[in-house]
Design a protein around this ligand. Sequence first.
Ligand code: ADP
Ligand code: MG
Length: 257
Amino acid sequence: MAARVFCVANQKGGVGKTTTAVNLAAGLAQVGQRVLLVDLDPQGNATMGSGVDKRTLPASVYEVLLGTAAVRDAVQRSAAAGYDVLGANRELAGAEVELVSLERREHRLRDALRAVAADYDFVLIDCPPSLSLLTLNGLCAAHGVIVPMQCEYFALEGLSDLVNSIKQVHANLNRELRLIGLLRVMFDPRMTLQQQVSDQLKAHFGDKVFDTVIPRNVRLAEAPSYGLPGVVFDPGSRGAKAFVEFAREMVARVDTL
Ligand code: ADP
Ligand code: MG
């Protein structure tokens, strides 16, 4: 079976994309899946948060996008977390401009990943907070999009831009792409507003809202400074347990795609 490829995307920053990407990767690894995590953000947070040093990468996703390195040669193993990482660092910020003049500029990542599709069950792509050419490469490489979101007042408004982008990419560039689901993250059930927005989400999006809810949990925020996903850093924490539960939900959902 070829790998199923999912983008973790939301054009807003600080909504929990990277936390979702690294912890879903670790959760999937824990339930026996072979996982590649692709860091598409020049900040390199998913790379560092997986225990891979972004400053000493032999090659990164930047070279892969430009076609000067193969995925297999650029991948690093995160021994502690149990999955592979195609890392990123600041160099990637330049790719945005360099890609513009290249052939198949939106499809570079998709073309490159084909060579390793048989090596993994899941490929997860951590996208930058924009609808840039980098994010487009992620969306063109993916079967589906996972959207982490906080249940705040303006959450629904921002969502329509992202849903429109997914529709556009589906229509023009990648017929396989679909919205897999909305993941409620940093959730605090004591906040009445969050509960209300959560109810609205379910009313609008129905079963596109994942059953699993990720709670606000300080252990998830502390883990990156130890170079570990929260799932590995403190497996007993509520946040870690929620992400392992989410990994199980994803495995079940993939069977229905
Ligand atoms: P993004 O990748 O969308 O910019 P991050 O995953 O980096 O977002 O998360 C933004 C901040 O929120 C980080 O400091 C992260 O540690 C923290 N965070 C994310 N999810 C949670 C959570 N469930 N509980 C507590 N803190 C969280
Ligand atoms: Mg991020």
